[in-house]
Ligand binder design. Structure first.
Ligand SMILES: *[C@@H]1O[C@H](CO)[C@@H](O)[C@H](O)[C@H]1NC(C)=O
Ligand SMILES: *[C@@H]1O[C@H](CO)[C@@H](O)[C@H](O)[C@H]1NC(C)=O
Ligand SMILES: *[C@@H]1O[C@H](CO)[C@@H](O)[C@H](O)[C@H]1NC(C)=O
Ligand SMILES: *[C@@H]1O[C@H](CO)[C@@H](O)[C@H](O)[C@H]1NC(C)=O
Ligand SMILES: *[C@@H]1O[C@H](CO)[C@@H](O)[C@H](O)[C@H]1NC(C)=O
Length: 669
């Protein structure tokens, strides 16, 4: 009775013990008691990592106590079933090793095993282990020494790294077609595996599928094994992994196991999450590559930036001296002018003359339309005085002066910014069959305007300003066809600091007073002389010197003088006018023109008187023809003969005149 009870009691203990230990399910290993070695660890979220972070390493995780795997009465291996989910995440895509194995081992002392190949289970390809081992390998390394079929296979091992049977990792779908789907073990995605052994027929089968696919009906690999001859009574059960040269993380997310029965299904919703599933390898390579790429990019940006900066510094370089500080408001920045004229493009070119090219433009900040005159000059001598003068003139306000808005200086170049005159220069409307013929009324208005501007320059301001280059092409027309005097003072730039032996007499042939040619000294009187020439130009519609005319008519003054003497002065008027003119005004303008062009400077009226005459406040002084004739012939003709000779100053005058006759207008064509 006692024996019977005792036997029953023992049976009870054994069954409860085996029931307790041999049927478990871990959805994450947070609460699991596992025996870890090597570099295996369990993350706080319950994720079991067999290997990772290190190369040439192994890791094991076993149940802490061995299970009784054999029927104590028959001595035959028991049936078992297990299911687990693993993930293999390589550091670098396509570079990984070596894999995971589900292991039954007699001893968990696997210290003899190599840290690299053979999955942390064996130490050489041919020496049989003294340990008893049955393993199902998920091998990501192709080792020809052990007849591996590829680097992505499942195999059944018994006491040797050489598999009894193996096959490429894949699964059959459960749908009607039963398609064959390849599976990449080291894809980084979780994979579920089922391993079953039946003691009835000794068939060991392995099935695997992606985590989102139900267990396929057909196993991927199956072999008849005499497990009873391969294992001891008690076996440890668990996992093993090893890593070679290429750092690879081998994870187990969940595991269920049952002896003598079917293992429980895993609860996928309770599994720990993987660290940055899948993208880790890419992330890792970015971690190395990105700083390099960024560094290269940064370097490129810096180099390009510096080049651009240096280029723009050179491109927009200006000359600025301390004395210019007081002209700050009149000083333009070259960049603005460059942008305004679209880089001084030809489309913006209004004209080119002796002093330089003139461009139209719109200032970027204010949107004001301007004309920019580009004056090249070699020497810096006299620049200070010149700037002082043009800036102070720029401060003058007169409705018949073209307003100077400011300037900018660069090496060898001066840029003058004027208000834009939409109707071009007067000469365009006078000579060579103009498109838009000016009526006498308009002409007389222009004459009076220019006279008042010149009077203002000579007498209306605190100091006398000599214009030096009065002529039709320097008179500009605003939107209401008012004459506006432009380019004043510019001639002065060319006066300063030049060699006395090659004195430049600046001005334009035909407008140059005789005494100017001799002394080189510009005065208000020489301005009046040029104004006289301008009056005759406007009235007669031709230039003071017309080389294409017949010999007697080359010099306009001579021609007018002839007609005056003959009593037919009005006949020299611009033929384009026809009869559309006021005879009194025409006569007065022509006679005034002659008077102003008087060779003797003391006979010329001052601008104050010119103004009064034009306004009919004062009568035109009487002129005697004799004095005229004599002096014109004496000075005017002699002067011209001189040009043909080797007088350097006069040659210079010619050269300069030739270049300045086509003075650039500040306006659109
Ligand atoms: C062992 O085998 C005997 C005879 O086949 C059977 O009755 C018994 O249930 C088995 N024990 C276990 C634990 O499987
Ligand atoms: C390999 O491991 C076995 C134990 O399984 C041991 O006896 C043997 O000495 C080891 N061989 C080498 C070369 O380490
Ligand atoms: C599966 O992989 C093997 C070996 O890489 C290849 O030969 C076969 O074509 C693949 N099959 C499918 C369906 O991709
Ligand atoms: C190896 O596995 C395949 C697939 O399960 C099976 O068809 C074949 O019979 C097995 N070979 C051996 C020797 O067990
Ligand atoms: C399995 O192995 C055991 C012990 O080595 C032996 O007695 C038995 O006959 C084997 N069974 C088969 C089917 O080979």
């Amino acid at each position: 009775m006692f024996q019977k009870n005792m036997f029953f009691f023992l049976i009870l203990i054994l069954t409860t013990a085996s029931a307790k230990d041999a049927d478990f399910s871990y959805n994450g290993f947070g609460a699991a008691k596992l025996r870890l070695d090597g570099i295996a660890d369990i993350a706080p979220n319950g994720l079991l990592r067999l290997t990772g972070t290190r190369q040439q390493a192994k890791g094991h995780a076993f149940l802490p106590t061995p299970l009784r795997f054999k029927n104590s009465t028959t001595g035959k291996a028991l049936s078992f079933s297990t299911s687990f989910i693993f993930a293999i995440i390589p550091k670098y895509q396509d570079l990984f090793g070596h894999g995971i194995a589900f292991v039954l081992a007699q001893s968990v002392d696997l210290s003899y095993a190599l840290p690299s190949q053979f999955l942390g289970l064996f130490n050489s390809s041919n020496s049989y282990s003294s340990n008893q081992i049955v393993a199902i390998e998920f091998d990501t390394n192709m080792n020809p020494d052990v007849d591996d079929i590829d680097n992505n296979h499942v195999g059944i091992d018994a006491n040797s790294p050489k598999s009894i049977n193996s096959s490429h990792a894949a699964y059959f779908t459960n749908d009607n077609e039963g398609r064959f789907e390849n599976l990449s073990l080291a894809s980084g995605k979780p994979i579920q595996a089922w391993i079953e052994y039946s003691h009835l027929d000794g068939l060991l089968s392995v099935t695997l599928a992606p985590i989102d696919v139900a267990k396929p009906g057909v196993p991927r690999l199956s072999s008849y094994v005499n497990l009873s001859s391969l294992i001891s009574d008690y076996m440890y059960v668990g996992f093993s992994s090893s890593v070679g040269t290429f750092t690879t993380s081998h994870y187990i997310l969940g595991w269920s196991f049952k002896l003598n029965g079917r293992a429980q299904a895993l609860d996928l919703s309770r599994l720990p999450s993987l660290p940055r599933t899948g993208s880790k390898s890419r992330l890792e390579s970015w971690k190395i590559g990105l700083p390099i790429i960024l560094a290269i990019l940064l370097l490129l940006i810096i180099v390009i930036g510096i080049t651009l900066l240096v280029n723009s510094r050179i491109k927009f370089r200006e000359v600025f001296e301390d004395w210019e500080l007081e002209y700050g408001p009149q000083r333009f920045c070259f960049k603005d002018l460059f942008l305004a004229t679209k880089g001084f493009r030809d489309q913006h070119l209004l004209g080119a003359g002796g002093f330089g090219k003139v461009y139209s433009g719109v200032l970027p900040n204010t949107g004001i339309q301007v004309a920019v005159k580009q004056v090249s000059h070699e020497s810096r001598q006299g620049m200070r005085e010149f700037i002082a003068e043009i800036v102070s003139i720029g401060r003058l306000r007169h409705r018949n002066l073209v307003q100077l808005l400011g300037y900018c200086r660069r090496k060898g170049e001066l840029l003058l910014v004027y208000e834009f005159m939409p109707n071009g220069s007067l000469d365009q409307h006078l000579f060579n069959q103009p498109k838009l013929m000016l009526s006498w009324g308009q002409r007389f208005q222009i004459i009076k305007g220019v006279a008042s501007a010149l009077y203002y320059l000579h007498e209306g301001w605190e100091k006398v300003v000599v214009h030096r280059d009065i002529k039709a092409s320097n008179i500009l027309l605003d939107d209401q066809m008012n004459g506006r005097l432009g380019d004043f003072g510019l001639a002065r730039l060319y006066d300063h600091g030049t060699d006395p032996h090659t004195t430049h007499v600046v001005g334009t042939l035909g407008y140059l007073a005789p005494e100017l040619a001799k002394t080189g000294k510009a005065t208000t009187s020489t301005d009046v002389f040029a104004f006289g020439g301008f009056l005759l130009e406007v009235a007669c519609g031709r230039r003071p010197i017309e080389t294409r005319a017949s010999e007697q008519e080359i010099v306009l003054v001579d021609k007018v003088l002839e007609c005056w003497k003959a009593g037919t002065i009005v006949e020299v008027r611009d033929p384009n006018l026809g009869n559309e003119y006021i005879a009194e005004e025409m006569e007065m303008v022509l006679k005034l023109g002659l008077l102003c062009s008087h060779p003797d400077s003391s006979s010329r009226p001052p601008m104050r008187l010119v103004m009064r005459i034009l306004e009919r406040d004062a009568p035109l002084p009487e002129m005697t023809g004799d004095g005229w004739q004599a002096e014109i012939s004496a000075i005017g003709k002699e002067g011209f003969d001189d040009i043909g000779m080797s007088d350097s100053s006069l040659l210079n005058m010619l050269a300069c005149s030739a270049s300045t006759t086509e003075s650039a207008p500040l306006t659109g064509r």
